[in-house]
Design a protein around this ligand. Structure first.
Ligand code: ADP
Length: 452
């Protein structure tokens, strides 16, 4: 990490000349500007501006209609980008570069924009604090590495992706030695950027990797997550390779997840999820928190699985869950209790894909957990065994269409986030569905063109 004074010293020493001023958008991408360090130090550190369509676009940067926050009728004006100087850090994998994350504020009132993902999470974290808890989380991140560069894939299409390994590389140290030109630079780069990397490993598919960052307060964890994604893409690009965080890039292969490990701690640093005398060491607080997440699992699914593609990951026998149930150290369950009986006792939500926006995912999970605490909700019985085969177990919504309906109708999320936020992200989900519905795919042509 870096203070403004340290940035100035690094600029004077000609070590840093560029500052990336970035805000996470609805998709969890880093959007912003590249500042000359002199201008950032002169005035940019106070604030800059961006077009407010950044929180109303899709992947393609379309001006999507149907948002209350902005539109052609409202003139697509500006938001203030307010650097959060606590996030200022060097970017060791880019030459002479530092990065700062921003909050998005109203141009006139300087109040936080309600639909900004960072603001949404900050509000839930503050709610937890008011209830006496620090909300901690870690978001594991899986992705695929391909031999081709993004440019080669753009020119040649994505039909013949070449994963970096020829076999399932789960925990393989030999295969991952071959990937060190990327992964070692990534681990060390993140470490140098003040992101507490724990480890990387091969994952359970050819070309699949995972990186783990140490758990921290949820806002920091979400910040770590978006920077880690950006770093992975940038470092891969520099090596002429590509990576993807799609939840399911090929229906014949496993998908990529982003499991969210969560725990609450008292404000004086005691693990509020631990009660040594109770079953699995799970305190009443943990049981209520999990009860809230189970009760509201369907309503928060669109925040954990935001695209049509996300739902193709939920399939039987591939380590992705299909049921929103809880179980001790059971990888078939949507909610897996880990670290039982220790101060690391926590719940791992396994529903989210690597395509999730970590601010929205953490905010949704936390809001559901806090609703469990507020309602002193009772935790249902543990599901034991193979939840894939359990016909009684609560299903995870199978489509974005269903998840969007549940999001829209969520009284819990409307109370926690506000109607404006729920309506905004329901619109985002529906737009993804509309876009998907109108596109004719290769699959349809292959199936129907000759024989249909
Ligand atoms: P797994 O069995 O899922 O591989 P790991 O031991 O790799 O579990 O831990 C997964 C993540 O859980 C790590 O990022 C770690 O920092 C995080 N973690 C550990 N303890 C806690 C906790 N008390 N609360 C939240 N996350 C935690």
């Amino acid at each position: 990490m870096m203070t403004l004074q340290e940035l100035r010293a690094a600029f004077d020493a000609r070590e840093i000349d560029t500052v990336l001023v970035a805000a996470p958008d609805m998709q969890g991408r880093l959007m912003g500007k590249r500042f000359h360090a002199a201008h950032f130090l002169d005035s940019g550190y106070q604030e800059t501006h961006c077009c407010n369509y950044l929180l109303a676009t899709d992947m393609e940067m379309l001006t999507v209609e149907g948002y209350a926050s902005t539109s052609w009728a409202k003139g697509y004006g500006d938001y203030v980008m307010k650097p959060d100087l606590a996030t200022l850090r060097p970017v060791p994998w880019l030459p002479g570069t530092a990065l700062v994350l921003c909050d998005l504020l109203d141009h006139h009132t300087h109040e936080e924009i309600a639909v900004s993902p960072r603001a949404i999470l900050k509000r839930q974290v503050a709610r937890a604090r008011e209830m006496g808890y620090a909300a901690m989380a870690a978001t594991e991140l899986e992705f695929f590495i391909f031999e081709q560069s993004y440019e080669a894939l753009r020119d040649g299409g994505t039909d013949h992706l070449t994963p970096i390994s020829g076999y399932n590389e789960d925990y393989h140290l030999f295969q991952t030695s071959k990937e060190e030109p990327l992964m070692r630079v990534l681990r060390n780069g993140l470490y140098g950027a003040g992101i507490p990397v724990e480890n990387s490993k091969g994952e359970a598919e050819a070309g699949q990797a995972e990186i783990n960052i140490r758990y921290d307060e949820m806002l920091k964890t979400a910040d770590f997550h978006v920077i880690t994604k950006q770093a992975t893409k940038e470092i891969a690009h520099g090596l002429g390779k590509s990576v993807t965080f799609m939840a399911k890039y090929d229906h014949r292969r496993a998908g990529s997840s982003s499991h969210v490990h969560q725990s609450l701690w008292t404000l004086d640093g005691q693990p509020a999820f631990l009660d040594k005398g109770a079953e699995y060491g799970m305190s009443a607080v943990m049981r209520q928190y999990m009860a809230g997440q189970l009760a509201h699992a369907g309503e928060i699914t669109a925040l954990l699985a935001p695209y049509v593609n996300s739902y193709k990951r939920f399939c039987v026998g591939m380590f992705a869950p299909t049921k929103a149930v809880w179980s001790l150290d059971n990888r078939t369950a949507g909610f897996r209790v880990c670290g039982d009986g220790t101060k690391a006792v926590r719940v791992e939500c396994r529903i989210g894909g690597a395509d999730l926006n970590p601010y929205l995912a953490c905010a949704g999970l936390l809001a559901a957990g806090l609703a469990g605490l507020e309602g002193a909700m009772e935790l249902e019985a543990e599901m034991r065994g193979d939840s894939y085969q359990n016909a009684q177990a609560r299903e995870i919504p199978k489509t974005l269409r269903h998840a969007a309906d549940l999001l829209e109708g969520s009284v819990m999320l409307r109370a926690a986030f506000g109607d404006d936020v729920v309506d905004h992200y329901t619109r985002a989900a529906r737009w993804e569905i509309e876009e998907h519905d109108r596109v004719v795919t290769d699959w349809e042509r292959k199936r129907l063109l000759e024989r249909g």
